[in-house]
Design a protein around this ligand. Structure first.
Ligand code: C2E
Ligand code: CA
Ligand code: CA
Ligand code: CA
Length: 279
């Protein structure tokens, strides 16, 4: 605080040292993981309203750790962000998602879109739109097939530049979604200011939908709001039939969650898409 500012001695407890040490070690491991190409993409299907057709796929990062097996982003994303390593990692994700998209396109299996999560650190870079257009050019993937999932933090951290960057992306033809919608404190302001195509209702609201009438009201209102503003709405974290029924009744456009499918490696998704085509 300001009152302490005059003599700012920092005290490090042994716990803090251990924490800093762990973070540094993880950072070094992440660096090595990049060099050794240990990052993988899993894909989670996004389904249409009746849960019968895969219309999109969200790319989700996994780390194939040499000794610990498959490691999820919750274990390393904070450090990746903090260290800035999320920038090269994120570029790799984008590239891999577009390449995999092209592979599915060539097999006639590509659904409408592939969604990629973008972190604040990536979005803060002046060359972000350039990186995206270069990746699309180099892989041959169509801009209209790419959706970027941006959290409210991403939109909030970038001030004036945000609108400019989002407009540039829209001009390229890239689809934009607000991730974790409703968890920030000025979601409504963003809707007005930014050229967003889709709202993604956060899992925290979907989770208790059928037990908590406040959550039910929030979800119903969000779907209605999105539709009134000509945005499409997707719900994430759908785990039960009752949740799916509620979302269906309220006209949510897309659903994603364990009830319908977990995130899967590309080969398993290929099988799923083949089976769907054969139906
Ligand atoms: P998110 O973008 O909100 O992604 C949804 C998370 O919920 C994923 O966790 C997904 O596996 C999980 N999930 C999906 N359906 C269900 C369900 O029905 N129930 C439950 N309990 N969970 C469900 P995951 O894959 O561990 O990713 C966690 C977070 O890490 C993501 O949250 C996203 O913020 C971040 N992340 C993942 N991949 C990337 C990436 O490539 N780049 C960046 N910047 N962030 C990523
Ligand atoms: Ca997401
Ligand atoms: Ca979420
Ligand atoms: Ca999230």
């Amino acid at each position: 605080s300001k009152r302490q500012g005059g003599h700012s001695v920092q005290f490090f407890t042994p716990e803090m040292n251990a924490e800093a040490h762990d973070r540094l070690q993880l950072e070094n491991e992440l660096r090595k993981a990049l060099e050794r190409d240990e990052f993988r993409l899993y894909f989670q299907p996004q389904w249409d309203l009746d849960g019968s057709t895969v219309v999109g796929l969200e790319a989700l990062l996994r780390w194939e750790h040499p000794t610990q097996g498959l490691v999820g982003p919750d274990r390393f994303m904070a450090t990746a962000e903090h260290s800035g390593l999320i920038v090269p990692i994120g570029n790799r994700v984008l590239q891999a998602a577009c390449e995999q998209g092209m592979a599915w396109l060539e097999q006639g299996l590509l659904p409408q879109r592939i969604a990629v999560n973008i972190s604040s650190r990536q979005f803060q870079r002046q060359d972000m739109t350039e990186v995206i257009s270069r990746t699309l050019r180099e892989t041959g993937f169509e801009a209209g097939r790419l959706e970027l999932e941006l959290t409210e933090t991403v939109l909030m951290d970038n001030g004036e530049d945000t609108v400019t960057m989002l407009r540039a992306l829209k001009t390229m033809g890239v689809h934009l979604a607000i991730d974790d919608f409703g968890t920030g404190y000025s979601s409504l302001a963003y809707l007005k200011r930014f050229p967003i195509d889709r709202l993604k209702i956060d899992r925290s609201f979907v989770m208790d939908l059928t037990r908590d009438s406040d959550d039910a009201a929030i979800v119903a209102a969000t779907i209605a709001l999105g539709h009134n503003l000509n945005r499409t709405v997707i719900a994430e974290g759908v785990e039960t039939q009752a949740q799916l029924d509620f979302l269906r009744q309220h006209g949510c456009d897309l659903v994603q969650g364990y009830l319908l499918s977990r995130p899967l490696p590309a080969e398993a998704i290929t099988e799923l898409l083949r089976a769907q085509r054969a139906e």
